[in-house]
Design a protein. Structure first.
Ligand code: 13P
Length: 306
């Protein structure tokens, strides 16, 4: 089921769980992620970043493949251009079948962020796509930005941002950061700030970026506080890399197909664990039920007119 983040995340917000949003740059990782989602009967979101697509994972190839896998999986699957702020890349996402975008105006002053995000929200909604915005700024883990409370999301600004932009989901800065944290560091997440943003925005779906290395207990508590989308990228790539390294070290003559299959399994195991943390296991059934009702009612109305 190929869908958009609005459809997926409004269900998550209503039922208080989160959906895993992660990345793949090749078939094996994509299939490992979708297999995990299918086995856990969970929705899942694929993120493709501007640079990731520029240097390697071209949307022309990735999006049709993800859509094809989504057809087989029978769980809701969305795609999302991650941290889009280059109009050329945003238009590229529109042309290439993304179902959603994340517009990142988090480094702009508040008014500029609202103005630009609203513009892209209107464009997305015209084309039936979902959109996420970011308020506050989720920085870089290696630079220690997770602890920069000045960049955390302010709840009353969040209320205004949600109201004035029309986004479907809001990324909040609450104590995590992108990439690898310094060795041994588990970030401190401000759970009260998550609850405040949730309340101020009237229950809007909230996204937590920088999931990698944030600690299992933190993730579970963040979901309980109101997070509905968990971005985790660095660690799924690390799991794939570790699998390759381990297999090649143990057996340098390992066959290429075997090597790739084992990497796919590593991605699958990693995502299965994160689905467990997110509370999204089993949640795809609700979507199938809604879809079935829609199909039945369409069929009935055809019958009525005959
Ligand atoms: P990590 O790579 O730190 O998991 O962050 C991913 C992310 O937030 C992508 O937007």
């Amino acid at each position: 089921m190929y869908t958009d983040i609005k459809t997926i995340l409004s269900d998550a917000a209503e039922k208080n769980y989160a959906v895993i949003a992660t990345s793949a740059i090749n078939m094996e990782t994509a299939r490992g992620i979708i297999t995990a989602a299918a086995e856990k009967n969970a929705p899942v979101i694929f993120l493709l970043g501007q640079n990731m697509m520029r240097v390697h994972a071209k949307a022309e190839l990735m999006i049709p493949m993800i859509r094809r896998l989504a057809e087989y999986a029978n769980v809701p699957v969305a795609t999302c251009l991650d941290h889009g702020n280059d109009p050329e890349r945003l238009m590229y996402a529109f042309r290439n079948g993304f179902s959603s975008i994340m517009y990142d105006g988090s480094l702009l002053p508040l008014e500029g962020n609202i103005r630009e995000t609203r513009h892209w929200a209107e464009t997305c909604h015209t084309f039936g796509m979902g959109i996420e915005g970011e308020l506050g700024h989720v920085g870089n883990a290696a630079a220690g930005d997770d602890a920069n409370e000045a960049a955390y999301t302010n709840a009353s600004d969040a209320a205004m941002f949600a109201r004035e932009t029309g986004v479907d989901c809001l990324a909040v800065a609450v104590g995590t950061a992108h990439g690898e944290y310094p060795k041994g560091l588990i970030p401190h997440i401000n759970f009260d700030r998550i609850r405040e943003c949730k309340e101020a925005t009237g229950g809007m779906p909230l996204a937590l970026h920088g999931g990698s290395g944030a600690g299992d207990e933190n993730i579970v508590r963040a979901v309980q506080a109101g997070i509905n989308k968990i971005n985790v990228v660095t660690d799924v790539f690390s799991a794939c890399r570790a699998s390759l390294l381990e297999d090649l070290s143990a057996n340098p003559k390992i066959g290429y197909i075997d090597l790739m299959s084992r990497m796919e399994m590593a991605a699958k195991h990693f995502i299965s664990h994160w689905i467990d943390l997110s509370g999204s296991e089993g949640k795809a059934s609700g979507f199938r039920e809604k879809n079935r009702i829609y199909l039945l009612s369409k069929k009935e109305s055809v019958g009525d007119s005959e």
